[in-house]
Design a protein around this ligand. Structure first.
Ligand SMILES: *Cc1c(COP(=O)(O)O)cnc(C)c1O
Length: 411
């Protein structure tokens, strides 16, 4: 099998492109015209595989979907306008009122908010400590349909028991959804732990340049949808391993309309070509910075799965190619987070992650502000916690930026 990057950079040309173009062009169109109306009817009836309408299909978007399917070694992918669009459409397409699902409590803040909204619409969720498979097992009820976890949670970097939960889901025939945003398909393929569906915010590492929003759902082919009673009869055709993703595209994307535009898909597809190169550099710098900060007297704690002191260090080592490019730390008493952050010159104070630029954010005052002190405490988020998303700058420049900011605090 070809290597990760070889496969990605030659993905577009695996089917013929106009004029021998090396990249799939941006198809800025909403609809597709047919000379023979029979061809149009065949497309709508699924008898041939042409394009129908831009909310569900676009050639530039299809090229991105193919790339992600290759990167994940899956069977099919559907892209969305944002990562939230992907997660929301997944639940909307697969769950119904009265269903229940189990979720890790260590979650991206907006996913947490989304799950609360679903609860208000009659799809109940139980939040558990997903670093322990037992905690997930105890939350399973007769009406449980699905389990949702992230690979490395942000900001405290807990690593779910991905393999243990995979085995549990298989035993109970539950749909196993893994959010692979923080690891990206370069560091980890959730298919290897029996995930059914993979969701990814392409906005982050896959795109990498912080210039386009996008999300994806990939079907791994590991789940037998014939035993899942929420699949509508119309989609119970062909291989059962693809019924879930078919319902997500045909029903979810059509009804919900969280489609991605061709231009964003182009940006994300170009970004994906360098995912492996960027990740190597970003992870190496993250490890060096985490080490530097862990040994610094003005730092109280560092959360990074690459540190031997991290509770899931061995698990991260066994599962991931590298332990990620994001870490958090708490400053020691007597050094104020805001002035410290303001002394950083290279590191940008910003909320995104996975960007080529290193970004820092005091999480309790910003992205986790709305949830309040109690829920923050339950997630292990201290008021002084600072999250760092490491970019592709030279490692020495980054260490020097942090070092100088400490030095200036002394004077
Ligand atoms: C950012 C993020 C999302 C949501 O993605 P958007 O593209 O911002 O909508 C979902 N999950 C995780 C883990 C994320 O970091």
């Amino acid at each position: 099998m070809r290597g990760f990057t070889t496969s990605v950079v030659h993905s577009d040309r695996s089917s013929p492109i106009e004029h021998g173009s090396l990249q799939k062009p941006i198809h800025a169109t909403v609809a597709y015209g047919y000379d023979d109306v029979q061809d149009l009817a065949d497309v709508f009836q699924g008898k041939s595989s042409g394009y129908s309408y831009g909310r569900q299909v676009n050639p530039t978007v299809s090229a991105l979907e193919d790339k992600i399917t290759r990167m994940e070694n899956g069977v099919a992918t559907v892209c969305f306008g944002t990562g939230m669009g992907a997660i929301g459409t997944l639940l909307f397409a697969l769950l119904r009122r009265g269903d229940h699902f189990v979720s890790s409590s260590f979650l991206f803040g907006n996913t947490n908010s989304l799950f609360q909204s679903f609860a208000a619409h009659g799809v109940e969720v139980t939040f558990v400590d997903a670093t322990q498979t037992d905690a997930v097992a105890e939350a399973i009820r007769p009406e449980t349909k699905l389990v949702f976890v992230e690979t490395i949670a942000n900001p405290v970097t807990q690593v779910s028991d991905l393999a243990g939960i995979g085995a549990l889901c298989r035993e109970h025939a539950l749909v196993y959804v893994v959010d692979n945003t923080m690891t990206s398909p370069y560091l980890f393929q959730p298919r290897t732990v029996d995930a059914s569906l993979i969701v990814t915010s392409l906005t982050k590492y896959v795109g990498g340049h912080g210039n386009a929003l996008g999300g994806s759902i990939t079907e791994t082919g590991r789940f037998d949808w014939s035993a899942f009673d929420n699949i509508y009869d119309t989609y119970r055709k062909g291989e059962p391993a693809k019924w879930g993703i078919t319902q997500i595209r045909k029903k979810g994307l059509r009804d919900f309309g969280a489609a991605i535009g061709a231009e964003a898909a182009h940006h994300l597809g170009v970004g994906a070509e360098t995912l492996a190169l960027r990740m190597e550099r970003q992870c190496a710098s993250a490890a060096a910075l985490a080490d530097y900060l862990a040994g610094h007297p003005r730092v109280a704690k560092v959360f990074y799965p690459g540190l031997p002191t991290h509770p899931e260090h061995d698990r991260a080592k066994a599962l991931f190619r590298r332990p990620g490019a994001l870490f958090s730390f708490e400053l020691a008493d007597g050094i104020e987070p805001f002035p410290y952050l303001n002394r950083l010159k290279i590191v940008v104070k910003s909320s995104n992650l996975g960007d080529n630029r290193t970004l820092a954010i005091p999480v309790a005052h910003t992205i986790y502000h709305e949830m309040g002190p109690e829920r923050r405490a339950s997630m292990g988020i201290a008021d002084s916690l600072i999250r760092i998303s490491v970019g592709i700058e030279e490692t020495e420049d980054l260490i020097e930026d942090f070092r100088r900011a400490f030095e200036e605090a002394e004077t």
